[in-house]
Each structure stands twice: as C-alpha cells, then as structure tokens.
Design a binder for this molecule. Structure first.
Ligand code: TYD
Ligand code: MG
Length: 455
C-alpha cells in the first residue's frame, strides 16, 4: 500500500523517478536516488503556499527581538556548549561513538530538568524501558520522574509528543526511528531524513525542545544525510577516547550560542561529571621538566585550555616517519621544513612523533610554536624550563604570527602557575602579567635562541 506513495529523488540534481534506479535518468549520476515522500502527499498542494499566505513582510526593526530564554539543564558543562541551556522549540543533534556516554548524559540532564519542574520525555529505540531504568538506578537517580517511551515508530512518537506536551524530549536514537509512510528500512538515509524533518517541524510548532541522538559512522561523520546537520539548530559531538575517562562535548553548530565551545566531563561510577578546571587533564604532570614536552595554551570556544604537546625525535630508517596524534600531520611536515630552513634544525633522518596529551584534538595553528619547541627539545635531549609555555602560529617564511586572544591565554597560564612564556610579538601584553615573564618573538630562530638562553 505504502509502496506506490513514495518517489525517488536524486540527491545530486533533485530530479525524481517513480522507481529506484541505479542511475539518475536526469543527470546520469550513479547511486544518488533516495526514497522520499512526494509533495502531493502533504495536505497542502504546494508546501510553500500556506506560508506565503500566512505571513506578511515586515521590516527588521519592527520585529520585537526577544532574548532567547535558556532553561539550564543543571549540568554546567552541558549548558556551556548549548549556549546557556535548552531553548524552546530548539532541536539539538548529539553524535558520538557507541558507548561514549550520550544516553548517560542525556538521562542525567532529563532527570535534573524533571527535578526542576520541567516535563520531560525519553524516547528509547535502542534499549528497553527496563534497561533505561537500570541505567537510572546505576546513576543514583532513584525515584526519577522522567517519562520513558519505548517506541520507534515516528507517528506514535509524534502522537505522544502532542499528548504529553513535554518541555524537552530526547529521541535515542534518530537512526532507530522509522515512518510507516516509507518502505525503506529504519536507519536508511530516507528514513532518517524524513523522521528528523517531521520531528523538527513538531518542535517548531509546539515549542518542545527535541534532542536527537545520532550515530557516527566509521569515518567519524554523523550517520545519515548531512542534511540532518542543516535541519537542526545545534550540533554537538561527543569526543574522547574510550580508554580514558574524559569526554569532550563540542558544539560544531549552534544557532543559540558560540560554536567550538567545549564541555569537559569525566565518566565516573555515577555517570558523567562536569570538570570545571579541564587544564589539569591535558598536562601530564611531570615532577621535573622532561625533554620533548612543551605546554601551550589553546582556545576552545571561549575557554583557554592548557595542553601539553609532546614530541619524540628518534633516529629512523631510510624513510623516516612523521606521525601525529591530535595534531595535523601535514602541518607537522611543514613545521619540520621551516625548522630546517630557517633555524637549521634538521630532522631529515629522524622519526618524528608528536602527541597532544589527554586525547584532545588541536586544530588551530597557534600550536605551531609549541610543536617546534617540543621537537627541538626532544632532538637535543634538553628539557624546556620549568613553568614554560609557548603559543603562536609559524609561517613558511619562519615568522611567528599572533594567535587570537593572546591576553586571555597568558592570563590563564599565569593563573595555573606558569612563569615563563614565549609568544608572538603582537600578543605581548602592554601591561605585565603578575608572575609571568614574557618573551616576545618575531621569528622562529629568535624563539629557539630565547629557549637556549633560558636553559
Ligand atoms: P552510554 O551512555 O550507554 O553510551 P552511548 O549512549 O553513547 O552509546 O554509555 C555507556 C558507557 O558508559 C558504558 O561503557 C558504561 C559507561 N558508564 C559508566 O562508566 N558509568 C555510569 O554510571 C554509566 C551509566 C555508564
Ligand atoms: Mg545509547
């Protein structure tokens, strides 16, 4: 019955076909047809018709801009990535590897919200109600009033949302939800897209905040179409290595707050706990300085974070290896070339490994200077001074370029007891920072010279 209702749309050219074909009849692209519902299946013939009639055009200044009302979840680190808390009608997509703690964190958040008097709903498609209850007990959430619905059919979920009118609903996970109207299997691109679109519409119409849990593919992207990320207001990623207990929740898109904000959690026996001073995690706490280690201050969202960069330079074979964990490998090759050309430090016949401690991933170029200093320190077997930090981008010409918000980085370092800093000239503060000796440099050679004079 449902079969003749669906059509297949090409994700490349948008052309449609009544049946599935390997090749799009319009643009000849292979394997691009995706099942969907035809426009005519909606009650309104043209889906924009009602919108065009309903709204009138106004000037921006005449629209009252009300501040977003955030409802804190009671977990500071989660609120930080959300931009302050949950927002009415907001749709949040949260992705991450299996077992990283998505269900745990959301259950904890729902319980706090419920205790604060909000009506909540936890829709579980992956686990039974009993399993969720077991997790709640493990988390010490006895007597929790969070409402649980074990359901995977979209129409029933929408009906429950309409009937129980929660302030926040978690759908765990969007890949398990399916709609009767489509013939494809749950988890397929067509189902995920269609179900997410319906849920988003429900959120906007009723004001419920919906949190969609999404699976991550082997490549690390959210499974299902990319369009999912466009549909929702906020996209959060759970990161962290399952071997360590630390978890990062990163906002990569947020219509209600800053992106690249991170929340830091530790997985404990009693669920996820926020870590308010995360710098401590990313430093490996040597009692005495060791060669090949340099601490840098990176900026994660609005938060300066101290991270230790480690390098190991060891004699390699005929084709030496360059490996990096948590840092960009291409950038490492570039930095080695700059080191050689402009500072005369040659690692041609050496294996070079670099690592950002604590499983953190650093994408900003401000790590360059610390990476270089760690490499030179390892190569020479001489440790950097105690209480030393460095940051700054390094260019191909050997110049050291400023990093954004240098003042904040330096203040954070001083706060955590660091005493010596090598920074780009443009980042040197006009007023001195108590307890911190700052060496401003313009070139890589200069930075190495300063380090040599300090040792
Ligand atoms: P879970 O939230 O089920 O992960 P996801 O929903 O992202 O797949 O997390 C499960 C993991 O967390 C599991 O390996 C056990 C661990 N865990 C704890 O360490 N402490 C706890 O209190 C809980 C509930 C789970
Ligand atoms: Mg789960």
């Amino acid at each position: 019955m449902a079969k003749d209702k669906t059509i297949f749309t090409c994700s490349e050219c948008g052309g449609s076909s009544p049946k599935w074909l390997g090749k799009c009849p319009h643009c000849n692209a292979w394997n691009t047809l995706v099942e969907g519902l035809p426009e005519s299946s909606s009650p309104v013939k043209n889906r924009f018709a009602s919108l065009a009639k309903a709204s009138e055009v106004t000037t921006l200044s005449s629209i009252e801009a009300t501040d977003m009302a955030y409802t804190p979840t009671g977990h500071d680190e989660l609120d930080r990535v959300l931009g302050g808390g949950i927002v009415e009608g907001g749709v949040v997509l949260i992705g991450g590897d299996p077992g990283i703690g998505k269900s745990t964190l959301l259950l904890q958040a729902l319980d706090s919200l419920q205790r604060a008097g909000q009506n909540t709903l936890y829709v579980t498609g992956e686990e039974s109600g009993a399993q969720v209850a077991l997790r709640a007990r493990r988390l010490g959430l006895d007597g929790s009033q969070v409402k649980v619905l074990a359901e995977i059919q979209l129409e029933k979920i929408l009906a429950t949302l309409g009937a129980s009118e929660p302030a926040i609903a978690v759908i765990d996970s969007i890949q398990t939800v399916y709609s009767d109207q489509l013939t494809s299997a749950p988890g397929s691109v067509a189902q995920v897209r269609e179900c997410a679109a319906h849920l988003t519409r429900a959120a906007k119409a009723s004001g419920v905040c919906i949190v969609l849990v999404g699976h991550v593919t082997k490549e690390g992207a959210l499974a299902g179409p990319r369009v999912l990320e466009h549909m929702v207001d906020t996209v959060l990623y759970f990161e962290g290595d399952t071997h360590s207990s630390f978890r990062l929740v990163r906002a990569i898109k947020n219509r209600f707050g800053a992106v690249n904000e991170i929340g830091v959690f530790a997985m404990t026996e009693k669920g996820l706990k926020g870590v308010s001073n995360p710098s401590a995690i990313f430093l490996s706490q040597h009692s005495e300085p060791v060669p090949g280690s340099c601490v840098m201050v990176t900026l994660e969202g609005t938060r300066p974070l101290l991270v230790e960069i480690q390098a190991l330079v060891d004699s390699g074979g005929p084709s030496p290896r360059r490996l990096s964990v948590g840092l960009d490998r291409d950038r490492l090759a570039m930095l080695l070339a700059v080191l050689h050309r402009h500072a005369g430090v040659a690692c041609m016949d050496q294996d070079v490994f670099v690592n950002a401690v604590g499983g953190v991933r650093i994408t900003e170029p401000a790590a360059d200077l610390a990476v270089m200093l760690a490499i030179t320190s390892s190569l020479r077997g001489r440790a950097l001074p105690k209480g030393f930090i460095a940051f700054g981008e390094v260019g191909l010409a050997g110049e050291v370029r400023p990093a954004p918000r240098g003042q904040e980085r330096l203040k954070e370092a001083a706060k955590l007891g660091f005493t010596v800093a090598v920074v780009p000239k443009a980042n040197a503060p006009k007023k001195s920072i108590e307890g911190l000796t700052i060496h401003a440099v313009e070139r890589v050679e200069e930075a190495l010279e300063v380090v040599r004079s300090l040792a």
